[in-house]
Write a protein that binds this ligand. Structure first.
Ligand code: UDX
Length: 447
């Protein structure tokens, strides 16, 4: 008999996991407390942008293999395996992770399961959570129930969510209780058969792999951005530096792109949560460097604001500034902690007339900042612009050539916040173009 799977939480992670589990042939029910989301998903509508996921969702909703509900009663006894993929957002009172949703999901399940079931945590959590949840299950479950817990962190990237789930770089299985590893090996049989490396370990290690990976990636980005501050001050080419570093296989070229820094729903909150957790553990200094990583990252946004003022000869008030890109990265409509959106808002607050265009992110950005002007296309955004900012490297923007814009703008000024355009090509066409990591004389003495 085929295994039945529930996925609790229908955010980015939950929907992707649920649809991919259905694609693997399992019967799946996704659970969420939000009836609006559940209705949309049940009709096969994806509430966010993610390449390939919409089709997968529709296919399996239509086939009946993938369903959604708000009712825990419907899944608690039905599923053999319950994946927990609810959010762990940054807490309002500080930098730690808000564990309310994870705890609530576990209690909802534990108090309803009567028979045998495996609960698998996928959310990114502070180390020690699985062991605590293990105790919570023991304290709240029916004495007759046979519930085991495993921890199986998720490493998917937005924009590649389906691919990362179907063919992950590695599978990390925090399995301490009898039987859980065998069940997860069955769930992931296809990836394992294809040779995906698998790490079977304890709860703490499984939890730490995830936060360590994100901390490392964030550090790598801030590392190159800290060198961008040096080249901005004394000269040098940050892209050539990154290329040269990247040839060392121990370093690698990936995640060494200087720019406006990292954003999104994971890296910023995860490095803050890791610092909070290590402090709780009494290790006040251990993750201190992540505070620097965060600060270097936030300084990139300030650099673009300063550059904008300088390029406009301090005439920013009333200037038309076209902002290309508001999502935190291309192929995503996610604007959570987006450097691009933050910069757009800062320029608006400084008095600029900001016109924003993002191929997918306008809607989410407009919900957060309705006072910015959102253009329907690139041409509308750059019309009569005194300054153009390229802040998210969508393919459409990377492919721009000077001839695309020069008849539209009021002045040929451009900030390449992702270093994706050919500077010489734009300079030859008469543009003042400034990239990240580039020395800009009027800003000498300022970061
Ligand atoms: C990240 C992790 O990559 C993923 O493994 C984890 O599961 C969730 O968090 P994601 O948030 O989708 O994924 O984005 P990612 O592709 O990692 O990019 C994060 C941010 O870093 C983006 O804002 C991106 O623009 C920025 N970035 C990335 C850089 O500024 N420079 C780089 O070289 C790479």
């Amino acid at each position: 008999m085929s295994m039945k799977i529930s996925v609790v939480g229908t955010g980015y992670l939950g929907v992707t996991h649920a649809a991919c589990m259905a694609e693997l042939g399992f019967e799946v029910i996704g659970v969420d407390v939000d009836p609006h989301k559940v209705r949309m998903l049940s009709e096969g509508h994806l509430p966010f942008h993610e390449p390939g996921l919409g089709e997968l969702l529709r296919t399996h909703v239509e086939s009946g293999r993938l369903r959604f509900t708000t009712d825990y009663e419907q899944i608690a006894e039905w599923a053999d395996v319950h994946f927990i993929g609810v959010g762990t957002p940054q807490r309002n009172d500080g930098h730690g992770a808000d564990m309310r949703y994870v705890d609530a999901a576990v209690i909802e399940l534990a108090t309803r399961i009567r028979g045998k079931a495996l609960i698998v945590g996928k959310s990114t959590v502070p180390v020690g959570t699985a062991r605590r949840l293990h105790g919570l299950i023991a304290a709240t479950a029916d004495p007759q129930a046979d519930i085991t817990l495993a921890w199986n962190p998720e490493f998917l990237r937005e924009g590649y969510a389906v691919r990362d789930t179907m063919t992950p770089d590695r599978l990390v299985l925090g399995c301490e209780e009898a039987g859980s590893e065998a069940i997860l090996r069955q769930v992931y049989a296809r990836a394992l058969d294809a040779g995906t490396p698998v790490i079977v370990t304890d709860f703490e290690t499984a939890e730490l792999v995830k936060v360590a990976a994100n901390a490392f990636l964030a550090t790598k980005i801030s590392f190159i951005n800290s060198f961008a501050e040096i080249t901005e001050t004394i000269g040098g080419d940050i892209t050539v530096l990154a290329d040269a570093l990247g040839h060392d296989a121990r370093i690698g070229r990936k995640f060494l792109n200087a720019g406006v820094g990292f954003g999104g729903g994971c890296l910023p909150k995860d490095i803050r949560a890791l610092q909070a957790r290590t402090s709780e553990l009494g290790l006040t200094h251990t993750m201190g460097f992540l505070a620097e990583v965060d600060e270097i990252n936030l300084r990139r946004r300030e650099r673009v604001v300063r550059l904008s003022h300088a390029m406009l000869q301090d005439q920013l008030v009333g200037a038309r500034v076209a902002v290309l890109g508001v999502s935190f990265k291309p192929d995503s409509d996610d604007v959570r902690d987006s450097p691009a959106l933050d910069i757009a808002v800062r320029l608006f607050n400084a008095g600029a007339d900001v016109l924003v265009y993002d191929p997918e992110g306008n809607k989410n950005a407009a919900e957060r900042f309705p006072r910015l002007f959102y253009a329907n296309d690139l041409a509308e955004a750059v019309a009569n612009a005194d300054l153009v900012l390229l802040l998210t490297e969508w393919a459409e923007f990377k492919a721009l050539v000077p001839a695309d814009l020069e008849q539209l703008v009021a002045a040929r000024r451009l900030i390449d916040g992702r270093n994706v355009l050919s500077r010489s090509q734009w300079e030859e066409a008469g543009w003042e173009i400034v990239g990240m990591g580039q020395h800009y004389a009027p800003l000498d003495g300022q970061l």
